[in-house]
Ligand binder design. Structure first.
Ligand code: ATP
Ligand code: MG
Length: 434
């Protein structure tokens, strides 16, 4: 039996990583630009963290968590999402006392036991931000603007922003009651899972992926416009005011959004603003990023009553969307030096040059297996090296190296004495991150 990576997991080979690290670089750069600092939390957490935050009746908790008992019998979970753990960290390090308001950014793998398909994996990767400690509508606006800016700089420009408000907890209780009332006559037509959800968490019906349930929900929303979350009738005065402020400031920031769509997020902790960004070209898995406000989560996990808002984007889907939208991230430019030696007794001299270059910060590599010069040139090209430095018998006798510039297609001879300095200068003059 050949060993293979588990279904729903992927190896990222160096070529893949070129594109990946560009997304990570864009995300980091913009997050910093907006004042968000990076943090990392562990990949494993106590299971109860997600039961208490994401919600016992959600798909994530009911069927998507990788959950196991450690040897001491503790229930451990491979984290399915970032927010809950970040709030845990905020409280564990008492940042509610020392900092109050924090703006954080994260990047890393998440795990969900889903049925793998295009754009849906069991280990996938997210970048995201969380602004914890404020209820201001301005923070919602900032988070949404940042979310779209990162997507745009990653080449995902054909997007639709769905925006809604779930209201506060009181609004949600009332809304759930009205929803139950309206769904009661069609309850038997809902899928098996939703029949169960009806009592325990009726919002989940709105999030159901079954076509039958989706059709029922669409009908209901068409006939009962007031039932839509974010509508005048489903929000109390202060939640409506908050939502109006978010909408107004987004308009002022020239952000186009659709607030007529009906959607529920797949996690229980959301209150007030929720949003999803859908990208063209992704087929059924078209959500690239999603987020919203979670004003009770800090308190629910044992902290003070403070507001918070954030989003998470799936890196795999960002890359898929960028590819489909014919705006793939530009190929990395050539960089570094390939040192080619034409006979094995020159390896020592070549290696010395290479080390001097590396010590001075110029990246370089060489072949240690006495391949032909042609093969070495091929390798240099594959490795996207900017320069090839050739060291052979005639170079040794002239004490000068042949230098090919692979970008310009030019060639020259440089004295041994000047070689390292010249290359350090030239590679510094055209730096680029892989
Ligand atoms: P979906 O409706 O597609 O299942 P979700 O609502 O479960 O998404 P969130 O939990 O909000 O997604 O996660 C935010 C983003 O993470 C999604 O918009 C998507 O880009 C990405 N994502 C979520 N689950 C997966 C997965 N299994 N594989 C790849 N990316 C994912
Ligand atoms: Mg999901």
């Amino acid at each position: 039996m050949g060993l293979q990576a588990l279904r729903g997991t992927t190896d990222l080979l160096p070529d893949d990583l070129l594109r990946w690290s560009r997304v990570e670089h864009v995300a980091r750069r913009l997050a910093r630009l907006y004042g968000y600092q990076e943090l990392r939390t562990p990949l494993i957490e106590d299971a109860s963290l997600f039961l208490r935050s994401v919600g016992e009746t959600t798909d994530i908790v009911q069927k998507e968590m990788f959950r196991f008992a450690d040897r001491g019998g503790h229930e451990i979970v491979l984290r399915p999402e970032g927010t809950a753990a970040i709030v845990r960290a905020y409280l564990e390090h008492a940042l509610h006392k020392t900092e109050g308001f924090v703006k954080w950014f994260y990047l890393g793998p998440m795990f969900r036991a889903e049925r793998p398909q295009a754009g849906r994996y069991r280990q996938f990767h997210q970048y995201g931000v969380e602004a914890i400690g404020s209820s201001s509508a301005w923070v919602d606006v900032e988070v949404i603007v940042l979310c779209l800016a990162i997507l745009r700089d990653c080449g995902v420009v054909k997007t639709t922003l769905w925006l809604s408000s779930m209201g506060c907890r009181d609004d949600q209780t009332q809304f759930a009651a009205r929803l139950r009332l309206k769904l009661l006559p069609v309850r038997s037509k809902l899928c098996q899972t939703c029949q169960g959800r009806f009592d325990r968490n009726v919002f989940r019906v709105l999030d159901c992926k079954s076509p039958d349930c989706q059709a029922i929900v669409a009908d209901l929303m068409a006939s009962e416009r007031g039932l839509r979350p974010g509508s005048f009738e489903s929000l109390c005065e202060s939640c409506l005011l908050h939502f109006d402020e978010v909408r107004q400031e987004l308009r002022n920031a020239k952000i186009v959004f659709d607030d007529t769509k009906f959607f529920a997020r797949g996690l229980d902790y959301y209150t007030r603003t929720v949003f999803e960004v859908r990208a063209e070209g992704l087929g059924a898995q078209d959500a690239v990023a999603a987020g919203g406000r979670y004003d009770h989560l800090v308190e629910d996990l044992g902290g003070p009553s403070v507001g918070a808002v954030g989003f998470a984007a799936g890196i795999e889907r960002v890359l898929l969307a960028a590819g489909h939208q014919a705006q793939p991230l530009p190929a990395a430019s050539r960089r570094g030096v390939y040192l080619a030696v034409t006979q094995s007794d020159l390896l020592g001299q070549g290696f010395q040059f290479l080390q001097q270059l590396r010590e001075r910060g110029a990246s370089g590599t060489m072949d240690y297996d006495s391949k032909s010069l042609k093969a070495q040139l091929r390798e240099a090209d594959k490795a996207h090296c900017r320069f090839v430095a050739i060291l052979g018998a005639s170079e040794m006798s002239q004490r000068a190296i042949t230098l090919k510039d692979m970008e310009q297609g030019s060639q020259e001879t440089i004295a041994f004495d000047a070689f390292v300095e010249t290359l350090v200068q030239r590679t510094n003059a055209s730096p680029s991150c892989h």
